[in-house]
Design a protein around this ligand. Structure first.
Ligand SMILES: *Cc1c(COP(=O)(O)O)cnc(C)c1O
Length: 267
């Protein structure tokens, strides 16, 4: 591939959107970038789903984003997602939980979420399935893979994904949609790209073994700083917060207490 983004990720300042028009503009800009990235590698922009991530964003501003066209929203923390899903119930948003799940929160997730993107333990799968069966619901899930080999990161090591996927059919309320990852936190694009390429190759290997193992074979990868690279490597879902909502004041260490980056991606 020749026209890929090659060097360092650009530094963005991500201005805060405070009106429906500003949200609409940010969303349109991200969609245009998604389309360009897809076209660079001969993919159709329609293959890429944009999941806006509203973590830390107050409910009044989430309402503006929904008015501007966001009909599904990603949240990293269950408590925050639950609160927003209740207070914004009138909006009919589909909530996606994209952060690590403690099994004692499985009941909440089973009650309000339509998707869980960070499945990485059979304990969590069993807890979710039990609550979902009781509620007569099912849940779309992505299996989180640790593609950066950082020991502190959540997610299964790539070599454990096959055995894990083989266990999931027993939890019949979980619908496997694909694999999810967080790239290493660095502005060094080749290293970020390596994480995305690895997730794709794990997906491809699973498909070779048994296409049913990975469900739809989706790849949820890429965030505000790196979603274009992720799309070049095959992302079918990008999780974008700051490029839509504006720069977060809460440091990312609040969400990834363990993952911190020598290059100072938090500034
Ligand atoms: C916060 C978060 C994102 C979005 O990050 P931005 O930098 O705001 O785009 C994506 N995925 C996960 C798991 C997150 O917690």
């Amino acid at each position: 591939m020749t026209n890929q983004i090659e060097d360092d990720l650009p530094i963005h300042d991500f201005p805060t959107a405070t009106s429906v028009d500003e949200f609409a503009r940010n969303i349109a800009d991200v969609q245009a970038n998604i389309a360009r990235a897809a076209e660079r590698v001969g993919r159709s922009p329609e293959e890429v789903r944009l999941l806006p991530v509203s973590k830390t964003v107050p409910e009044e501003r989430v309402r503006l984003a929904v008015a501007a066209g966001c009909h599904e929203l990603g949240e990293n923390k269950v408590q925050e997602a639950k609160r927003k899903s209740e207070n914004l119930a009138d909006l009919g948003v589909a909530w996606s939980v994209i952060g690590h799940l403690q099994t004692n929160k499985a009941r909440d997730v089973a009650a309000f979420a339509s998707e869980f993107q960070a499945l990485d333990s059979l304990r969590a799968a069993a807890a979710l399935d039990r609550r979902l069966q009781a509620a007569g619901r099912s849940l779309d899930v992505y299996v989180q893979v640790n593609t950066s080999a950082e020991p502190q990161k959540y997610g299964l090591p790539p070599e454990e994904v096959e055995a894990f996927l083989r266990e999931l059919p027993q939890y019949s309320s979980l619908r496997v949609r694909g694999l999810m990852t967080l790239a290493i936190f660095t502005s060094d694009i080749p290293r970020v790209r390596t994480c995305f390429t690895l997730l794709r190759s794990v997906r491809d290997r699973m498909r070779d073994i048994d296409p049913a193992l990975v469900g739809d074979g989706g790849l949820s990868m890429g965030m505000s700083g790196d979603y274009e690279v992720a799309i070049e490597e095959g992302a079918t879902c990008v999780r974008v917060g700051q490029a839509i909502f504006g720069k977060r004041q809460v440091p990312d260490s609040h969400y990834w207490p363990e993952a911190f980056d020598a290059t100072g991606s938090s500034e």
